[in-house]
Ligand binder design. Sequence first.
Ligand code: SAM
Length: 246
Amino acid sequence: MLGITYSARRVQKKKSMMIHSRTALAERFFSGNSATYEQIANFSSLGLDGWWKRKIVSQIPHNPTRILDQACGTGLLTFRIAQRFPHCRILGVDLQDEYLGIAKEKARALELTTVEFIHGKVEDVVLEGDFDCVTSCYLAKYADLTLLVNNAHEMLREGGMLIMHELTYPTRALYALFWHIHFKFLQAYGTWKYPEWRIALDELPACLKETVWIDELVDALKVNKFSDINIEYLAFGASAIVSARK
Ligand SMILES: C[S@@+](CC[C@H](N)C(=O)[O-])C[C@H]1O[C@@H](n2cnc3c(N)ncnc32)[C@H](O)[C@@H]1O
């Protein structure tokens, strides 16, 4: 009995160390490179980033009044949501102040008053009120998904949606081969063109091969009794959108 408790504690401790190191990874990947983030997102995804974001926006429930965009970065997804739903209040949260600085500057330039930004770790930002939707794009592999889903359950109204988009490692051998060639190209030409992205481009493939974010997310959604859990693989399994309803 004691042995089981001890090993359960070790598993718990290992998991919390892994989650701690996930945030550290995000801090390493996204430091000193906010100025070229939007270029690298478009370049490294071969232009698919915009299409993926349109797909996320298309899954948001009709006539929303409050949306939380977690790990909003420079606001690429946040501003698409704001344009699609001009009467909705949107809150963006991100770890990196330098990314938020760009997002805030854009909101000022666009004279958008429906968008606000909060500096912080998404796991720590639990807000009051009935949100219609909690979105994120490229967050899942860096986050504590158990905690995020618990928090989303607390913040969403009944019927509200959680929508997460993130990169994945293709399961089919042929697609995986193209995926590896693509990353080799990014690590050569991409890091020459954007040297400030070297750490992220070098370490991303291993990170994506290791992550089990979809399994973790679906388990947490089931524990919190979300319904309509849907997984949509995109671009030959190079990314996926997971959505669910509270
Ligand atoms: C690749 S960017 C994505 C930005 C934006 N969602 C988009 O699609 O363009 C990833 C962002 O996640 C943020 N991030 C990662 N882990 C986070 C966490 N635990 N809490 C808040 N932000 C986080 C990073 O600071 C970074 O700005």
